[in-house]
Design a protein around this ligand. Structure first.
Ligand SMILES: NCc1[nH]cc(CCC(=O)O)c1CC(=O)O
Length: 334
């Protein structure tokens, strides 16, 4: 489209901005509760929660408390949550078996939530970092993260989560070939309706720091994830990855992190026109909160502005730790 307008004074852009009513009438994009996926952290225990120092306002909850919080989220109209575990360090190992234990923390949480709050969509995370003694997303040998062996482990993990009742599988590991293997394993196991939202364009980002605190992978992580997560300098590669994942059977795709990668969101949406999501990651949340809590930014205003930006960039939805706060605001009509 080539925007056409007369020259000044026949055109005065301020006419459409003069009042709140006129601004609402000419607004191109809108953020609604239907755009929100709430990432949540789960820990062992009963009736407990633990604050995450680098993510003020975010907590890890025991399953009972989490289920109550998820019920409230559903009540507010939030369509989906995404579960992340804080695995007991004693259960982390080189071989990561806990990841596909049918009774691990995540699978117990899925069952509890689906029993109590069946209407909310439950998304999971598929990667080995909360279960590995080295904090990497795959299995390791001689200092190398193995691809095909890791995919086998991730497929086992996927099936255990589908058995527990997950609605959406979220592979965040960035191994090659995982989507195809997961899709055919799900078909074979008669989990034909389970969706896959692929973390297709996931960058080796420094914005994940606070998340690694939250799942306890920070202390254990040796080295970095640059041999499998994307180089932040790349953009064409993101399109190739999205294409690959779609041909292997992904139902939707994700770009991660969010705000520093809005150009990628726009390119993906324009090129493929598929359901496209962005993850406003822990570091983005931490930046906003740090500034807001210091009184340097208006927290509520930047929260809303940052989320609207994803819609403008073409995203169909956003994974955001702000989901319940935003939902509450939106239900009051802002
Ligand atoms: N593979 C695990 C995973 N899934 C989501 C995040 C980050 C989420 C966030 O920072 O909010 C990470 C961390 C990582 O890749 O190291």
């Amino acid at each position: 489209m080539r925007p056409t307008q007369a020259s000044y004074p026949a055109t005065r852009f301020r006419r459409n901005r003069r009042t709140d009513a006129l601004r609402r009438l000419t607004q191109e994009n809108v953020l609604t509760v239907n755009d929100l996926i709430w990432p949540v952290f789960v820990q062992d225990g009963t009736d407990t929660e633990t604050e995450i120092a680098s993510m003020p306002g975010v907590v890890r909850r025991s399953i009972d408390r989490l289920t109550r919080a998820v019920a409230e989220a559903a009540e507010m109209g939030i369509p989906a949550i995404c579960l992340f575990p804080y695995t007991n360090p004693a259960l982390r190992s080189e071989t990561c078996e806990e990841a596909w234990n049918p009774d691990n923390l995540i699978n117990r949480a899925i069952r509890a939530i689906k029993a109590e709050v069946p209407e909310i969509a439950v998304m999971t995370d598929v990667a080995l970092d909360p279960y590995s003694s080295h904090g990497q997303d795959g299995l390791m040998k001689d200092g190398v993260v193995l691809n095909d062996e890791s995919v086998e482990a991730l497929v086992r993990m996927t099936l255990a989560q589908a058995d527990a009742g997950a609605d959406i599988i979220g592979p965040s590991d960035m191994m090659d070939g995982r989507i195809g293997m997961m899709r055919s394993a799900l078909e074979k196991a008669d989990h034909k309706t389970v969706a896959i939202m692929s973390y297709s364009a996931k960058y080796a980002s420094s914005y994940y720091g606070p998340f690694r605190d939250a799942v306890g992978a920070d202390a254990t992580l040796k080295g970095d994830k640059k041999t499998y997560q994307m180089n932040p300098a790349n953009s064409d590669e993101a399109l190739r990855l999205v294409h690959r994942d779609l041909t292997e059977g992904a139902d939707s795709v994700m770009v991660k992190p969010g705000m520093p990668y809005l150009d990628i969101c726009r390119r993906v949406k324009e090129e493929f026109g598929v359901p496209t999501y962005a993850y406003q990651v822990s570091g983005e949340y931490a930046m906003h909160e740090a500034a807001a809590r210091n009184g340097w930014l208006n927290g509520e205003a930047v929260m809303l502005e940052s989320l609207l930006a994803f819609k403008r960039a073409g995203c169909d939805g956003i994974l955001t730790y702000y989901a319940p706060r935003v939902a509450r605001l939106l239900s009051r009509g802002l």
